[in-house]
Design a protein around this ligand. Structure first.
Ligand code: PEP
Ligand code: MN
Length: 349
């Protein structure tokens, strides 16, 4: 249930409403917008039946929220959420955000080279896996803690905030220490112990949609993180498993407008894992941005042929620069701006 307050509500009236709701055994969540303040009530709503909410001073309207997700739902927030990543980057504003970098952190040289290339082309957040969820136990599993240290080193050098995957509840603190944003991979979207643990740390979370997860299930996973205290969640559509084998997964473009309708959380798209082939990354990026995505996360490798993971879908720096030169037109068509930051050195630099 949400309580929409009058525009001229006083702080005392607001406190009083919250006290009445909490006294009935529910939690309240306050969302202040420029023109209205919303009080979200979480818990057993039957307990509020005897509370005369509509007649409390300052109350404009009391509305039910029928969705299973509450904190993540559009109704619960007065404004769309903008998630800040590091000191200078953010996701969810009217500026398109591009995250780029290698699938895996392989060594210092390649990470430095990739970071400079993607920064020059206009990416504002660096990605790179240190703990890798590989389908085969015999594939490269990532550099682990050493990979985290390399990411932190490159962040210090370039100023780019970093996002990296956390696979295990036992690694949450060490990943939070090194990274600016923590990624939950598709395979862990419903690892509820991990989601609860990420709710405890104050680092933004990039939550990827599970391979066979519905949009509602994705939102319920976001709700887990939020219910445990962390409201800085970014959702990522990364392709779902269908009968189609021409692509690695099927990019669900419809998930973008549906999510934008259902939630105040930012929505980004991973065209690399969706298509699985480098040639598809640009067209899928354009489709995603045109459909209203707040950002993209793209795999870039200095030499995709020699990549230790996901070489087939990784762009080389030149292809990434070309994509970035063209993305602004799609952003503008969707009502977003896209600017190459001042530090950028131009194409392929
Ligand atoms: C990745 O980002 O490298 C990754 C493994 O992604 P996903 O969890 O979407 O497969
Ligand atoms: Mn990958």
């Amino acid at each position: 249930m949400i309580i929409i307050t009058r525009y001229d509500i006083t702080d005392e009236e607001l406190d009083h409403i919250r006290e009445r709701v909490e006294a009935a055994g529910l939690h309240t969540h306050l969302s202040r917008g420029e023109r209205r303040t919303i009080i979200g009530c979480i818990g057993d709503e039957a307990k509020l039946q005897e509370v005369p909410l509509r007649s409390l001073p300052g109350v404009e309207q009391v509305l039910p929220v029928l969705k299973p997700y509450k904190l993540a739902s559009k109704e619960f927030a007065a404004n769309n959420t903008i998630v800040r990543v590091g000191a200078n980057a953010s996701i969810g504003s009217d500026v398109l955000t591009v995250i780029a970098g290698p699938c895996s952190v392989e060594n210092r040289t390649m990470l430095h080279e990739t970071a400079h290339a993607v920064q020059s082309a206009g990416a504002t957040i660096l990605r790179g896996g240190a703990f890798k969820p590989r389908s085969s136990p015999y594939s490269f599993q990532g550099l682990g803690k050493q990979g985290l240290e390399l990411l932190a080193e490159v962040r210090a050098e370039t100023g780019l905030p970093v996002v990296t995957e956390v696979l295990d509840t036992r690694d949450v603190d060490v990943v939070a220490e090194h990274a600016d944003m923590m990624q939950v991979g598709a395979r862990n979207m419903q690892n509820f112990a991990l989601l609860a643990e990420l709710g405890r740390v104050q680092r933004p979370v990039l939550l990827k949609r599970g391979l066979s997860a519905t949009i509602t299930e994705l939102l319920m996973s976001a709700e887990y993180i939020m219910a445990h205290g962390n409201h800085q969640v970014v959702l990522c559509e990364r392709g779902i498993r269908t009968y189609e084998r021409a692509t690695r997964n099927t990019l669900d473009v419809s998930a973008i407008p549906v999510l934008k309708r259902e939630t105040h959380l930012p929505v980004i798209v991973d065209p690399s894992h969706a298509g699985g082939i480098a040639d598809l990354v640009a067209p899928l990026s354009f489709a995603a941005v045109a459909a209203g995505a707040d950002g993209l996360i793209i795999e870039v490798h200095p030499d995709p042929e020699s990549a230790l993971s996901d070489g087939d879908q990784s762009l080389n720096p030149a292809a990434f620069s070309t994509l970035m030169e063209r993305i602004g037109a799609f952003a503008a068509a969707a009502g977003k701006t896209f600017e190459v930051p001042a530090v950028a050195g131009g194409r392929g630099a």
